[in-house]
Design a protein around this ligand. Structure first.
Ligand SMILES: Nc1ncnc2c1ncn2[C@@H]1O[C@H](COP(=O)(O)OP(=O)(O)O)[C@@H](O)[C@H]1O
Ligand SMILES: [Mg+2]
Length: 263
């Protein structure tokens, strides 16, 4: 006999809690139409940001805090590509163009708001396929909502664009620097639309390199401090992988910048 509780034992009207895959940090459970997750460090800022974004449909709704202090969000229907590179359609050009449009809408919605303070806008700070819900369309799956706003804060437009640029690309041995440049150009063009010059593209590679270095150093330092999420990431080899991306991008920076017309 299994030790697992039989779902039929639940009191009537109480939804089952289903763990959601795709996260390394928070414990994330789906309960009916809601999601319960470990609250972000700056819960008040994230709650205010999600309330501010409610009219945009770019983020789940913040529904409050439950009796265990967990953040309660609306469950967003769709597909999250949380397995690495599970389907190339998630990374295809139409998805990249839609992604740029979503990031632009986020930044435009926050620029000049009290949430941005004196910064250019509010950045999501952790834009990756694992934190993005896609919906199927006749033209393939397109991103529609960003999840996981724990690292959001005032920042510059280029920061989220650079972050998405390397998370939606292949880096490291075997990857093609010209393809990275092509994808970055597509992302920037689609983000800017008619607002040419909105992004200081000459800074793109420098921002990316700083982010990639900050990522592996952050995982390493967090694991040394015994943070469970960071320990799991380090045990899964994330420090070596991300460090390898950093070395690769540093080596190929001139090629990428030349292809981007920045050299
Ligand atoms: N509001 C939501 N709607 C649908 N799926 C969600 C929602 N929040 C989280 N998820 C799923 O749970 C996974 C982990 O959640 P996330 O908020 O990214 O936590 P972590 O900080 O652990 O990365 C996501 O990759 C996604 O698959
Ligand atoms: Mg996440």
């Amino acid at each position: 006999m299994s030790d697992r509780p039989d779902p039929a034992d639940r009191p009537a009207g109480v939804d089952a809690a289903e763990p959601l895959p795709g996260g390394f940090i928070a414990e994330v459970l789906r309960v009916g139409d809601s999601v319960r997750r470990t609250a972000p460090a700056d819960d008040d800022f994230v709650a205010a940001l999600l309330a501010h974004l409610a009219r945009t449909d770019l983020a789940p709704r913040h529904l409050g805090t439950d009796e265990h202090g967990r953040q309660v969000l609306s469950y967003v229907e769709g597909r999250v590509p949380w397995r690495d590179r599970e389907d190339p359609a998630y990374f295809a050009d139409p998805a990249l163009v839609a992604l740029a449009g979503l990031i632009r809408r986020l930044h435009d919605a926050c620029a000049g708001s009290p949430l941005a303070g004196t910064a250019e806008t509010v950045c999501h700070g952790d834009l990756s396929p694992k934190n993005t819900v896609y919906r199927d369309t006749p033209g393939g799956p397109l991103p529609i909502v960003f999840l996981d706003w724990d690292r959001a804060g005032p920042g510059r437009r280029i920061e989220d664009v650079a972050f998405a640029g390397w998370h939606w690309a292949e880096l490291g041995d075997g990857a093609d620097p010209a393809e990275l440049a092509r994808r970055c150009a597509l992302l920037c063009d689609a983000y800017e639309g008619r607002a040419e010059g909105l992004l200081p593209r000459a800074e793109l590679l420098g921002v990316m390199l700083d982010q990639i270095e900050g990522t592996w150093r952050g995982i390493s330092a967090g694991a040394d401090r015994d943070e469970p999420g960071m320990r799991r990431l380090r045990a899964a080899g994330a420090v070596e992988t991300v460090r390898g991306w950093h070395d690769w991008l540093r080596r190929h920076r001139p090629t990428v910048e030349a292809a981007l017309d920045l050299a």
